[in-house]
Design a protein around this ligand. Structure first.
Ligand SMILES: [Zn+2]
Length: 73
């Protein structure tokens, strides 16, 4: 578990992120401002982030779900 700061400067809340490894690249939803972001986390810190739309978030989550399924199979 890592604590990162929301990429939205108007929000700036701390978000708990469950990391399987020390890094993570993928979609992230903030529970405070409900913003969706594409983030790159290295060693528990955000190295890059950009806002994405709800549609993009849903698409990326679907891709991740399929990847997880593939890994199990
Ligand atoms: Zn936020």
């Amino acid at each position: 578990m890592a604590t990162i700061v929301c990429p939205n400067p108007q929000c700036n809340q701390k978000i708990q992120v469950f990391l399987v490894e020390s890094g993570y690249q993928g979609p992230l939803r903030c529970n405070f401002c409900h913003g969706a972001f594409l983030v790159d986390i290295q060693e528990g810190k955000i190295v890059s982030s950009k806002p994405i739309t709800e549609e993009e978030l849903a698409q990326m989550q679907e891709v991740q779900r399929l990847k997880a399924k593939f890994r199990r199979g």
